[in-house]
Design a protein. Structure first.
Length: 311
């Protein structure tokens, strides 16, 4: 299988076809095997990567830095407050300058528009490392982890439970729909993904894929192969804490909730960081169905694959 992805940005995942995501996943499985074999590659030698962070990160930063650096590339971390992005200098001008100095750019921040401007004006691939609206590199790792667990994605059922309107839920819904995974979002009315976005996922989904949005834990969880949750309060929404606890406590992932799938092999995923005792209990995240550490590791292999194919 070959895909022409050179020069492409990765901003939302919605513009990637099933075949293109398949290429990324195959490259990620291969990159993981290569890493475990101990072979040394220098595929990013003499290349530079700018890492722009307006929000904090552990996994995304470490995945990009180590994936790029261990293959001979030079990642440059630029945290909030280090550069003039949007303050004193327009995002467009910063992008133009970065495009002259770097081979690719990763952006983590608030506005999706910033990632889009960076891509438009820099002329180099831009990777969305999380915005308020999307977290597409997370979804690649999620799909890879599901594939490792089940050997296939086709026809599996992924249930995301919790804040259904956040970046992780939206990207997961899009990625699963494209790749043939039935997806259910279980969330209270107030925290459902917006209708327009769900309708868009309906237009890009693989034939036969079912998308369901419900507030019912019982019907939503039935038949789940994957139960996925994320924090109740995303970065930048800290003032919503009280309201979220009130709305989402009935949606906490507990051992009892996991059993509602009716399947013994159901796995638990979480993008991390997790607030144990809030969106998920310790016995679930530490239990035998949890794949969260594989999932975190897979961030690195999928991100390496993304850079290998687009650079
Ligand atoms: N899952 C994820 O993006 O983690 P970080 O916020 O630590 O990068
Ligand atoms: N929804 C979370 C994801 C963190 C990786 C956030 O935006 O904070």
């Amino acid at each position: 299988m070959s895909c022409r992805l050179k020069g492409r940005s990765f901003l939302t995942l919605l513009d990637y076809s099933e075949e293109e995501i398949r290429c990324l996943l195959e490259a990620a499985h291969k990159a993981k095997k290569e890493k475990k074999s101990g072979k040394i590659f220098r595929r990013f030698a003499s290349k530079t990567l700018a890492l722009l962070f307006e929000k904090r990160s552990t996994r995304t930063r470490c995945a990009f830095e180590t994936a790029f650096g261990e293959e001979g590339g030079h990642p440059v971390f630029l945290g909030a407050g280090d550069i003039h992005l949007g303050e004193k200098e327009s995002i467009e001008d910063t992008a133009r300058v970065m495009g002259r100095m770097f081979d690719c750019i990763m952006f983590r921040g608030y506005e999706q528009k910033t990632a889009e401007i960076l891509a438009e004006y820099s002329g180099v691939p831009v990777y969305n490392g999380l915005t308020d609206l999307f977290h597409p590199t997370q979804t690649l790792a999620d799909l890879m982890t599901m594939e490792e667990a089940f050997g296939t994605l086709n026809g599996k059922k992924c249930v995301y439970i919790g804040d259904g309107r956040n970046n992780v839920a939206r990207s997961l819904l899009a990625g699963c729909s494209i790749m043939g995974v039935h997806t259910t979002i279980v969330a209270p009315e107030e925290l459902r993904p917006d209708r327009e976005f769900v309708a868009r996922c309906g237009t890009i989904k693989k034939a036969g894929v079912k998308i369901e949005i419900t507030d019912s834990v019982d019907t939503g969880l039935d038949g789940a192969d994957v139960v996925y949750t994320d924090v109740w309060v995303s970065m930048g929404e800290e003032e919503k804490e009280e309201e979220r606890v009130r709305l989402l406590t009935p949606y906490r992932v507990t051992e009892t909730l996991m059993k509602k799938s009716g399947k013994s092999e159901t796995i638990f995923l979480h993008c991390l960081p997790a607030v144990k005792g809030k969106e998920v209990t310790a016995p679930v995240i530490e239990g035998s169905s949890s794949r969260v550490w594989d999932q975190a590791e897979n961030r690195k292999h999928t991100i390496k694959a993304l850079m290998l194919l687009t650079l």
